[in-house]
Every structure is written in structure tokens, then in C-alpha cells.
Write a protein that binds this ligand. Structure first.
Ligand SMILES: NC(=O)c1ccc[n+]([C@@H]2O[C@H](COP(=O)([O-])OP(=O)(O)OC[C@H]3O[C@@H](n4cnc5c(N)ncnc54)[C@H](OP(=O)(O)O)[C@@H]3O)[C@@H](O)[C@H]2O)c1
Length: 388
């Protein structure tokens, strides 16, 4: 069996590091061809020493300064910037591109990979939130396969198992509810960054962890599911499931429901995206139903988590509304993590920006980038006026 050449865009992040763990466990199946990060030069170098990729890429050329000789010693060629990311995403030798950057910055490299007809293991949900229509239409034209890495979407993909979408009655995305699941709006208003970053079940990057605390993450996932599975938004439901054992479900027309269960461990969906249609013998914690004893499900509270409601609204409207929702949320979360604004201000910034945005289609990359920049300007202005 020939080894698959893997490129990881965002290798120093939570998904990137989990992907390298999977690759390390199956050296006979996978070879690391390229690794890319934004600015974490030390960790990228450590990864280059261990995995000996042919290429390493950093977003900023100056991040390599003083490290060139050490990278050269590992035998890799250095790339940088947006062009570097695009080159890595589309290179001939790559079999699978793992798109695991965070934020809207993932859109252009993801498009490059899809345009080149690559198999894409997609963690970067923001690229579908802002460019779902474009990305999926390019994939249709080039034949690029997109395998979801997000655990909920991987679960839906596994439940569907190739069944026709006409058979779907509902897709049920489960949500842990995050760390503030039982808090009142007043209690959440001044929630500390340390508490927002303390997710009960998953260990993830900072941005998605805060998105889980506001439940924006589930809103973004509704939009992601709408594009990945090409279903009406009305058919995508969200259920709070505190234990994070049922990763999502599909209810079919005949009333049968398929669910995918497992430990909350991102290596499981990552490995499936890399090895489909095979399953790898992963060493992960096995689910013991008798230890868990109870699996619970309840309706989400759209009043206490208004960003979930706005996520649904964006899934229905699409276009500039979806792009602006994502851009405003990215800046608001960044400002919250930098302790510039309160937790409660995140949703105020997002809804304030959405009130100012006209509804327009976004079919081209230029249109997406235009609305993204405009929403960022509005968000920065609003954050400046909201600062605590
Ligand atoms: N973590 C999870 O369990 C999980 C689960 C489902 C979906 N996802 C999705 O997967 C994506 C990655 O999440 P994560 O938790 O792994 O994030 P993370 O830990 O913050 O890692 C982000 C990665 O992207 C790189 N990066 C950041 N900004 C960049 C930019 N402007 N251009 C290029 N690269 C950039 C970072 O490089 P530096 O380290 O150099 O900054 C890092 O390698 C997100 O879209 C998230 O929603 C994550």
C-alpha cells in the first residue's frame, strides 16, 4: 500500500496536533508532506524535526528570521505568506489537505485545495460559513472530495453512509451546551475568560472554545451542515446533549434514526477523514455505557444564547449576512480574549454589525472578501465603543 501524502494547514493548532498524533500512530499509511502555521515558529520547527516534511510554511516571512538554518537542517523547503499556503494546498504530490486553520483566513487555502481537486479533510468551518456556496460549487466542478472533521458533521456523514439526501427527514446536531449551559444572561454578562475557556468535554483552540460558550459554534455548524449536506435549514435541528457521547444523528423519512457515538476525542473524526472508507485501529478511550448510565437531551435556549438564533438566521439568509456574522464574531471573540470587552458584549457586537449589513448574494470570492472587510470595520468600531 502506498502512503498518502498529507499537508496540514494549521499544524500547530489543536486539530493540527491531533492530526499529527494520528499520522504518528500509522506511519505505514501516512507521510507528512507539508506543515503550515501562522506564527508559532518554535512548535513548527519541533514538528519539522520529528516528521521531516518536504515543505514548511509560516504566514509571515519574518517569523522564520533566525530560524532558517534550523529549518534547513530538517531538510524542508521554506514557504511563507498567503502564496505559501496556496502552494501547499494545491501541490501535485499532496493526496490529502487538512484544512485546520482557524477563522476566515482558511477560505482562500481551502479554495486552492478544492480547485486543485484534492481530497480535503475540513476542520475550518468558517470557510463554509462564509463561502459555502462557492466552495461546494468548485468541488462539484473539480471532483474534490470534502470529508468533515468537525465531530458533528463527521457523525452525520457516517450516519448517512452514502444514503440519498432525499431520504433525510432531519439532521440533529448535538451540542454540549458549553461551560455556561445553565447560567442566566446576567451571570454570563461578565463571565471571566478563564471560565469561558474551561470547556466541560473538549480540549480545543481558544476561538472555538469561546464560540462553544456563546453557542455561536453551533450556529456556525448549522451553516456548515447546510452546505456540506445540501439540506434545507428547516431540517437541521440542535439538541443539547451534555455528555458529548452522541456526536449527531440523522432521522430518515421512515422514522429510523441513525446516531454516531464515541468518546469526545477529535482523533476519531480526523482519522476517519484521512482513512475513509476504512477505519483505523485507534487507541482511544472506549465508551462504557454502564459507566455513563444516562444520556440526556434537551432543547437549546435561544433567549440565553442569541448567537445560536443568529446562526440559524444566517443559515437561512446566506450571502453577506453569513459573511458578516462570522467576521463580527471573530473580532468580538478576539477582543474578549484580549479582555477588551465583556462576554456579554460579544453578541451585542455581532447583532449590531448585522443590523448595519445589507442583504446581498456572495457568489464570488471578491464579494465575500468585500463584505468580510466591511463587517470587520463595523465590528472594530463597535468594539471601540463597547470596550470595558
Ligand atoms: N479544536 C477542535 O477540537 C475543533 C473541533 C471541530 C472543529 N474545529 C475547527 O478547526 C479549526 C481549527 O481549530 P483549532 O481549535 O485547531 O484552532 P487553534 O488551536 O487556534 O489552531 C489554529 C491553527 O491555525 C493557524 N492560524 C491561525 N491564524 C492563521 C492565519 N491567519 N493564517 C494561517 N494560519 C493561521 C495557527 O497557527 P499558530 O499556532 O502559528 O498561531 C494554528 O496552527 C477551526 O475552524 C475550528 O472551528 C476545531
Amino acid at each position: 500500500m502506498s502512503r498518502k501524502n498529507i499537508v496540514i494547514l494549521g499544524s500547530t493548532g489543536s486539530i493540527g496536533q491531533n492530526t499529527l498524533q494520528v499520522i504518528e500512530a500509522f506511519p505505514e499509511r501516512f507521510n507528512v508532506l507539508g506543515l503550515a502555521a501562522a506564527k508559532n515558529t518554535e512548535l513548527l520547527l519541533e514538528q519539522a524535526r520529528k516528521f521531516r516534511p518536504k515543505y514548511c510554511c509560516l504566514m509571515f516571512e519574518e517569523s522564520f528570521r533566525g530560524y532558517e538554518a534550523q529549518f534547513k537542517e530538517t531538510g524542508c523547503e521554506l514557504l511563507w505568506g498567503k502564496e505559501g499556503y496556496k502552494t501547499l494546498a494545491s501541490m501535485n504530490e499532496a493526496d490529502i489537505v487538512v484544512s485546520s486553520m482557524v477563522g476566515a483566513a482558511g477560505l482562500i487555502p481551502t479554495i486552492s485545495a478544492v480547485e486543485a481537486g484534492k481530497t480535503v479533510a475540513l476542520a475550518n468551518k468558517e470557510s463554509l460559513v462564509i463561502g459555502g456556496e462557492l466552495v461546494m460549487s468548485i468541488a462539484k466542478r473539480t471532483g474534490a472530495q470534502i470529508f468533515p472533521v468537525d465531530s458533528e458533521h463527521s457523525a452525520v456523514f457516517q450516519c448517512l453512509n452514502g444514503e440519498d439526501k432525499a431520504k433525510i427527514h432531519n439532521i440533529i446536531l448535538t451540542a454540549s451546551g458549553g461551560p455556561f449551559w445553565d447560567r442566566s444572561l446576567e451571570e454570563m454578562e461578565n463571565a471571566r475568560v478563564e471560565d469561558a475557556l474551561n470547556h466541560p468535554n473538549w480540549s480545543m483552540g481558544a476561538k472555538i472554545t469561546v464560540d462553544s460558550a456563546t453557542m455561536m459554534n453551533k450556529g456556525l455548524e448549522v451553516i456548515e451542515a447546510r452546505w456540506l449536506f445540501d439540506v434545507d435549514v428547516e431540517k437541521i435541528k440542535v439538541l443539547i446533549h451534555r455528555q458529548s457521547i452522541v456526536h449527531s444523528m440523522v432521522e430518515f423519512k421512515d422514522g429510523a434514526i441513525m446516531a454516531q457515538l464515541g468518546s469526545p476525542d477529535m482523533r476519531i473524526p480526523i482519522a476517519y477523514a484521512l482513512s475513509w472508507p476504512e477505519r483505523l485501529a485507534l487507541e482511544v478511550k472506549r465508551v462504557s455505557f454502564t459507566d455513563i448510565a444516562r444520556l440526556t437531551f434537551e432543547q437549546p435556549d435561544f433567549e440565553r444564547f442569541p448567537l445560536l438564533r443568529l446562526g440559524y438566521e444566517a443559515a437561512k439568509r446566506g450571502g453577506s449576512y453569513s459573511v458578516a456574522l462570522n467576521a463580527a464574531n471573530e473580532l468580538a471573540v478576539e477582543a474578549y480574549l484580549a479582555r477588551r470587552i465583556r462576554f456579554g458584549a460579544i453578541q451585542k457586537v455581532v447583532s449590531g454589525v448585522l443590523e448595519k449589513i445589507e442583504q446581498r448574494d456572495c457568489k464570488s470570492l471578491d464579494e465575500i472578501l468585500y463584505w468580510d472587510s466591511l463587517a470587520r470595520l463595523y465590528a472594530e468600531d463597535m468594539i471601540g465603543r463597547t470596550e470595558s
